[in-house]
Design a protein around this ligand. Structure first.
Ligand code: BV8
Ligand code: ZN
Length: 255
């Protein structure tokens, strides 16, 4: 049923899902922005949900260069804890559905770009190919001195904090608050958002910028926007479809 504005359609009712599925089938270019909520059903706590705190610290307190400068050990204990959770986690049906959507769209000669804020690599493990990682990758580390980037899969970390072969400290290769996003990733995210006819916003509180601004970019370039989230978000006002519920249940219904 259409809302009063005739635009926003509530809840994952079958007609809403069917209408979005039709738009996805017809679209030649689709972009999706995901956040921590898409990994919630894989057992990974979100940043701002009830289970989002670690030793009572919020992400804003730990995911900063200042926190790392002040106490690299503490910041690495947080990442080691998250890496341990992520290693045990499996991609859920929401991750898998996004990989299938990409496969289907590209096999029809269309485009599907998955832009993620997540650093947990569950989209890679679910089979997504065209992934733009806006905030980095928890399995990569970077030397604070010589800049060398390498993969570190140790769970738990053998030594906390890890050190580079040059002897200097290594940090997680992720984007902290106050740090610029990788320019190539940002360019690819902007390009995909401007080209999309349908822009999916999945499992994000849409509070962190510039990532959260991509929905507006897509809309201004003519896309229709679908939001998949059990809760209302800051993007409610610009959603053409608001599918209220967990992505692990809703996304497979879009196939
Ligand atoms: C930058 C990576 C400048 C590391 C992260 C004031 C106004 C506007 C902006 C700012 C401001 N003050 C400061 C800023 C800038 C700041 C910002 O936006 N702050 C916010 C807090 C206001 N942004 C930055 O600093 C960015 N950099 O601006 O640089 C610059 C430019 C040039 C040169 C130099 C500097 C960098 C931001 C990146 C920070 N890094 N993480 C790591 O992961 O450890 S942020 C972290 O939180 C995540 O990466 C993610 O991006 C972000 C948001 O989290 P979400 O993914 O949305 O998760 P959240 O818990 O919030 O929400 C989960 C959602 O899932 C909920 O809605 C929930 O309902 C839903 N959900 C739950 N279960 C399910 C579900 N959905 C579906 N299914 C379910 N089952
Ligand atoms: Zn080094």
């Amino acid at each position: 049923m259409l809302g009063s504005m005739g635009r926003v359609q509530r809840g994952p009712a079958t007609d809403v899902v069917a209408s979005l599925r039709e738009a996805l089938d017809a679209a030649s270019s689709i972009a999706a922005l995901t956040g921590a909520g898409v990994s919630a059903e894989s057992g990974i706590p979100t940043f701002r949900g009830a289970d989002g705190l670690w030793r009572q610290y919020s992400a804003e307190k730990l995911a900063t260069p200042e926190a790392f400068e002040r106490d690299p050990q503490l910041v690495w204990e947080w990442y080691d804890w998250r890496r341990t959770l992520i290693r045990k986690a499996q991609p859920n049906p929401g991750h898998v559905a996004l990989a299938e959507l990409e496969e289907r769209k590209t096999s029809q000669g269309g485009a599907f770009t998955l832009v993620t804020q997540n650093v947990d690599s569950l989209h890679d493990r679910a089979g997504s190919r065209k992934i733009v990682k806006l905030h980095g990758d928890i399995w990569l580390v970077r030397c604070v001195t010589c800049g060398r980037v390498e993969r570190n899969d140790q769970v738990p970390l053998a030594s906390l904090p890890p050190h580079c072969r040059c002897g200097a400290l290594q940090r997680p290769e992720v984007v902290w608050f106050g740090e610029a996003l990788p320019s190539l990733a940002w360019e690819r995210a902007m390009e995909a958002s401007c080209r999309a006819q349908v822009f999916l916003v999945i499992g994000t509180s849409a509070r962190v910028y510039p990532a959260a601004g991509l929905a507006q970019v897509a809309r201004q370039a003519g896309a229709r926007v679908a939001v998949v989230n059990p809760e209302p978000t800051e993007l409610e006002g610009l959603a053409d479809w608001a599918l209220r519920g967990p992505s692990g249940e809703i996304l497979p219904r879009l196939l």
